[in-house]
Unconditional design. Structure first.
Length: 32
């Protein structure tokens, strides 16, 4: 998976607790 091109919609689909965009973004930054 290329983490520089993560689809936020797909990410949220897999992580329903991260529906907030800012939270999802911060979480993705922590995963990189």
């Amino acid at each position: 998976v290329d983490k520089t091109q993560v689809n936020i919609a797909e990410y949220n689909f897999d992580h329903p607790n991260a529906l907030d965009f800012d939270l999802a973004y911060k979480t993705l930054m922590n995963l990189i």
